[in-house]
Design a protein around this ligand. Structure first.
Ligand SMILES: NC(=O)c1ccc[n+]([C@@H]2O[C@H](COP(=O)([O-])OP(=O)(O)OC[C@H]3O[C@@H](n4cnc5c(N)ncnc54)[C@H](O)[C@@H]3O)[C@@H](O)[C@H]2O)c1
Length: 331
């Protein structure tokens, strides 16, 4: 398969490209990435001989048309992704997430190319902290932040292009990912690298908010399964049934790094902070036979911590600027 991977120099995209090179050496991969602050060439260094990296904007219609015309399928990861950044300045989120997806849809429509669109469970809003309800493929959209609203808008465009133009597309909405190459602005890498650089971890509010954590390789194995076997026009929810409060995750990191469980600071909570996300992955399991491989959270978290400990050259150039930005917001 000739694959175009948008956002393939970001966290999940780079892991997807690396695992595809390992597991499907027959595929030809082109990455389209704007190399924003969140993208890094070095995340693709281990596979640079096997992949073509094109630096460009997914909202650049001429470039996207040319690249789409030369591929069999597009896996669309490219997006602005950090909720705190969206709260400060939503504009790039509308550009990359909404206009970028629109641009790609027009190109796959013109060239009859298969699309898999990567989205998030955040489009569904949040759930009661104490409830047992989980998101399913039919949960109504109810986004809370400019980030999730822009992803919801992109998902709606994909659905409309399937219905109106018969575009061959699938959508997946996944829960919170962790693993190597995640930007240090995000929750788990931020805490780990705070400890590694002698800073104290920072917890928003009381830390009661619950997230449903999945290892990035499990997300990507599900994406590949949907790309190969998913039903056209279908939406699949990807999750590993691994709900944990933020304070529990932080204390697991502290424990695994040999620190006192109370060795952190509470900081100003995020505006509109979603309370709880939880995915019901039954459809993916029953229809496509997908299950996650990284089911021991402590083991997967320990491996992730080890990766950050072993790869300071990848993240340390980013760290000070990220912490300066957080400090200005009192976080
Ligand atoms: N991280 C998570 O926990 C999570 C969970 C569910 C879904 N998702 C979705 O997965 C996708 C990837 O997320 P991530 O965590 O890897 O994000 P990331 O921020 O680490 O990477 C995003 C990548 O997209 C690129 N990009 C941004 N705007 C672009 C544009 N206009 N043109 C081309 N490239 C552009 C960036 O340079 C970067 O390489 C996103 O669509 C996100 O909504 C993420």
């Amino acid at each position: 398969m000739r694959l175009l991977v948008t956002g393939g120099a970001g966290f999940i995209g780079a892991n997807f490209v690396q695992s595809t090179v390992r597991e499907h050496p027959e595929d030809e991969i082109t990455v389209l990435d704007a190399l924003t602050y969140a993208g890094s060439r070095t995340a693709l260094a281990p596979v640079e001989d096997a992949v073509e990296l094109v630096e460009g904007d997914v909202a650049d219609a001429a470039l996207v048309d040319k690249l789409v015309s030369a591929c069999d399928a597009v896996v669309h990861f490219a997006a602005e992704t950090h909720v705190d950044n969206a709260l400060s300045d939503p504009s790039p989120f509308l550009h990359s997430n909404v206009m970028g997806t629109f641009t790609l849809l027009e190109a796959v429509r013109k060239h009859g190319v298969r699309l898999h669109h990567i989205s998030t469970d955040e489009v569904y809003g949040d759930l009661d902290l104490d409830g047992s309800e989980r998101f399913t493929e039919t949960t109504p959209y109810n986004p809370s932040s400019p980030y999730s609203a822009s992803k919801a808008g992109a998902d709606m465009l994909v659905r409309a292009w399937v219905r109106s133009y018969g575009v061959r597309a699938t959508i997946s909405n996944c829960s919170n990912n962790f693993g190597p190459y995640q930007h240090v602005e995000k929750f788990i890498p931020r805490q780990v690298t705070n400890i590694l650089t002698g800073r104290r971890p920072k917890l928003y509010g009381t830390g009661a908010n619950v997230r449903d954590w999945i290892h990035v390789d499990d997300h990507n194995s599900a994406v590949r399964r949907i790309l190969d076997q998913g039903g056209m026009g279908r939406t699949y929810l990807i999750g590993a049934s691994n709900e944990r409060s933020n304070i529990t995750v932080l204390q697991a990191i502290l424990r695994l790094m040999g620190r006192d469980p109370d060795d952190f600071d509470h900081v100003t909570d995020r505006a509109g902070h979603d309370l709880r996300y939880a995915i019901d992955p039954t459809v993916l399991r029953d229809e496509l036979g997908w299950t996650p491989a990284h089911t021991d959270f402590d083991d997967a978290l320990r491996a992730t911590i080890d990766w950050y400990r072993d790869n300071p050259q990848w993240w340390s150039p980013l760290k000070d600027a990220v912490e300066d930005r957080y400090a200005k917001r009192g976080q």
